[in-house]
Design a protein around this ligand. Sequence first.
Ligand SMILES: NC(=O)C1=CN([C@@H]2O[C@H](COP(=O)(O)OP(=O)(O)OC[C@H]3O[C@@H](n4cnc5c(N)ncnc54)[C@H](OP(=O)(O)O)[C@@H]3O)[C@@H](O)[C@H]2O)C=CC1
Ligand SMILES: CC(=O)N[C@@H](CCC(=O)OP(=O)(O)O)C(=O)O
Length: 343
Amino acid sequence: MSYSAAVSGASGYAGGEVLRLLANHPEVHIRTVTAHSNAGQRLGELQPHLHTLADQVLVETTPENLAGHDVVFLALPHGASAEIAAQLGEDTVVIDAAADHRLENPADWEKFYGSAHQGTWPYGLPELPGQRAKLAGARRIAVPGCYPTTVLLGLAPAFASGQVLPDDVVIVAATGTSGAGKSLKPHLLGSEVMGGMSPYGVGGGHRHTPEIEQGLTWAAGEPVQVSFTPTLAPMSRGILATSTAKIAPGTTVDSLREAYAAHYDAEPFVHLLPEGQWPATKQVVGSNHVTIQVAVDEHAGRAVVVSASDNLTKGTAGGAVQSMNLALGLPETAGLNLLGVAP
Ligand SMILES: NC(=O)C1=CN([C@@H]2O[C@H](COP(=O)(O)OP(=O)(O)OC[C@H]3O[C@@H](n4cnc5c(N)ncnc54)[C@H](OP(=O)(O)O)[C@@H]3O)[C@@H](O)[C@H]2O)C=CC1
Ligand SMILES: CC(=O)N[C@@H](CCC(=O)OP(=O)(O)O)C(=O)O
């Protein structure tokens, strides 16, 4: 059986990465690619790395053009995504890379996104406790944000095993520029980004804060509060997150490692590194893998967790394809058997 797929936002970074993965998927064929201002162009003009798809022509992102497919990927700005999603057939598997349906709490949505909440869909992070079962057979899936993916995979086992405290969690993460999308933004000009790092969304203002708190609250079974600071690094892809939390009495590096091993040993894409090795974005770029290391800072009484991902692969398109596999009952790793790229 081959499933037909439409990829909207195919001229952008997330849509392009979905196409790169689907081009190698054994059970899915790409029937339709859509865009907005670039409709009418050949894919080869906009995504020259997608050699075998170069002659596909981008059509307008409309409900009519997206109708009649087994799977529709939405890789559109939030807002535009919810609007089109509401017009798609109920039997179609819709995988949304945008934020519209990730949050359960309408007040959080309204505060951080400034518009009306459009509802909540199953959350496409199967490695988070309880999520995989909700994705099997789902017809609507919200792909997590790239920072939440990286941070939640990093911290969930510590919270699920009750080894860290929920009220003093500090996260600082660096991301590559592709996280901001392909459209022109002055602060992302090469001359602004190359050779230096800068923070943004400082002081609890980043819209991934409530999403991280939501996922950690699910893992902990009690409310978790975080302080999250993102930073921009001079690289195109990758996220490196350093997350720290106060340890509960009795927590040691061995007890943490045991919990992480139990949580991730059977996972195909999430890896607790051997002691002494640390995550780095270069280990994971181009792949759907996430690497993690844990330590205990005895002096500060804190667990320190470092996690690395590719924001466009596991952080977006890889998570989207993995979720689609679960929704369709396919092997979870189908189309995702890619290792990293080095050097
Ligand atoms: N980049 C990343 O690392 C991540 C991105 N995401 C999410 O994925 C989505 C896409 O992001 P990304 O690919 O980075 O963004 P890009 O800016 O690279 O691409 C945006 C895409 O959406 C299309 N588009 C723009 N405006 C509209 C509109 N009003 N209606 C319909 N289509 C429109 C564009 O078409 P055209 O070019 O033809 O104008 C383009 O194909 C966003 O919701 C983003 O938040 C999620 C996780 C990580
Ligand atoms: C560098 C940069 O700007 N990164 C983006 C990453 C967010 C993202 O893409 O995720 P959503 O799907 O939740 O929008 C940001 O911090 O907003």
